[in-house]
Design a protein around this ligand. Structure first.
Ligand code: AMP
Ligand code: MG
Length: 434
């Protein structure tokens, strides 16, 4: 993989990759992972790796949609609305088949979900009979008066109304939600083939870092990237493996890379900006091939991408995300999330966008695409995007107040308040009216 160096000479943007170029170069290395058999509930959120054909009719038998009486419509064919009293010759609860067929001029008491007895084709709900009066008067259950002329076939759910045996019910590539898990269970399936979740190793690098829980020391900061990245990996369906902090020494970086050898993706943060990537670069050069890029975006300009020789003969893709906390998250959003989704077998990789009225300016100092942290809300059907505060790449709290990233195009020096802006929704928070 060619390194994209050449900082500091020529026109600055000639040395930069556009976001799309960086995306394309990365995404060719990612494909859906292998399928695994999973029990239904543990497959939630994963992508179906097989077409599901139904082994049965759903419902298997014609059954009643109401509690009431199964009757034969013929008995009412010439009725002009007069009441009709029938002998009740049986009772069929849900889960049982009537012990004998219906004869003309009779009724069988039936519960919701119970199979419609042979000879019956129509259900009369209790509400349209003298059921309650009879009970109140203690008249017994041997007869019933139908007070309303039924329509033929009313309140009968036909066999195979939902699914016929052999139908393709769910297609390979479908992400499983509660509804799909329910459909699979309704077909009697206990487990299903889904694409497995990728394991994503995460390494923070830097001498200044402490792990949360450790006492604070002068000149140190807590490692937040490992945690924001691990949480983001989980949110998009991957399995994070936190490998902790590698100090800026060749030995430590090597040792951490050893631990990442059997993962599907390695994320590191920091050590890729101009100041200090030499050390990481040297180690990575020994372990595989890596390119150090400048991407035409703000934040998250520095980005490394390459392949590390992993366990056996496989290569582990490696993304070297920038160190600044917001840069790391924005780079994750643009490059890591789509890669994880692709490995999960998802087909839609992009976030939804909305067009919103910007409520504060986004300034573009140097011709990069700007991702401004905004809070989107909706008023009277119109979206508004309010910048969430200081936009420095170290200001993580303005990321936590944001539900979207508003885009200012590369060649536009400013997006003014009042202008329409495209916002990538990184979250569709139910607590905000959007
Ligand atoms: P670097 O890319 O190493 O120059 O780091 C850029 C900035 O990100 C520096 O201010 C670092 O202290 C900060 N930084 C690096 N790693 C982390 C981390 N894991 N958590 C929080 N901040 C970090
Ligand atoms: Mg550093």
């Amino acid at each position: 993989m060619a390194s994209h160096g050449g900082h500091g000479h020529g026109h600055a943007h000639e040395d930069m990759l556009s976001v799309e170029e960086a995306y394309d170069r990365i995404m060719v290395y990612f494909n859906p992972l292998e399928a695994e058999e999973h029990e239904l509930t543990s497959a939630l959120g994963q992508v179906l790796a097989e077409n599901i054909h139904s082994p049965l009719n759903l419902p298997p038998l014609a059954n009643s949609a109401m509690d009431g009486y199964a009757v034969c419509f013929e008995d009412f064919a010439n009725s002009n609305g007069e009441h009709r009293t029938l002998d009740v010759i049986g009772h069929v609860p849900a889960g049982q088949v009537a012990s004998h067929p219906l004869r003309p001029g009779t009724a069988i008491r039936i519960m919701t979900g119970a199979p419609v007895p042979d000879g019956a084709d129509t259900i009369v709900p209790f509400e349209e009979t003298d059921e309650l009066e009879r009970k109140a008067k203690g008249l017994g259950e041997s007869q019933i008066t139908i007070q309303q002329t039924p329509h033929k076939g009313q309140h009968v759910r036909p066999a195979a109304e939902d699914v016929a045996a052999g139908d393709m019910v769910l297609q390979e590539g479908t992400p499983l939600r509660g509804a799909e898990v329910g459909v699979l269970a309704s077909l009697g399936l206990q487990s299903v083939k889904v694409i497995r979740r990728p394991v994503v190793s995460i390494i923070a690098t830097g001498d200044e870092l402490l792990t949360p829980g450790e006492p604070l020391e002068p000149a140190k900061i807590y490692d937040s990237n490992s945690f924001s990245l691990a949480a983001s990996v989980m949110q998009c369906g991957g399995i994070p493996r936190l490998l902790g902090i590698a100090r800026d020494t060749v030995e430590e970086v090597h040792a951490k890379l050893d631990e990442a050898e059997d993962s599907d993706l390695l994320l590191t943060s920091a050590g890729v900006s101009k100041g200090d990537y030499d050390l990481v670069k040297d180690v990575l050069a020994e372990r595989g091939e890596i390119g150090f890029w400048s991407v035409r975006m703000r934040p998250a300009k520095p980005l490394a991408f390459g392949l590390i020789r992993g366990a056996g003969n496989r290569n582990v893709p490696h993304m070297g995300l920038p160190g600044n906390p917001v840069s790391a998250m924005v780079a994750f959003e643009e490059f890591t999330r789509p890669a994880i989704l692709r490995m999960l077998g998802r087909r839609r990789l992009a976030r939804p966008t909305v067009q919103a009225v910007l409520e504060g300016p986004i300034r573009n100092f140097d011709g990069r695409r700007v991702y401004a942290r905004v809070q989107v809300r909706r008023e009277n059907g119109v979206y508004f995007a309010m910048p969430t505060g200081a936009q420095g790449s170290n200001i993580l709290t303005s990321m936590s107040k944001a539900n979207g990233l508003a885009l200012c195009p590369e060649d536009l020096p400013v997006k003014e308040a009042g202008e329409t802006v495209t916002v990538k929704m990184v979250d569709w928070n139910e607590e905000v009216d959007i």
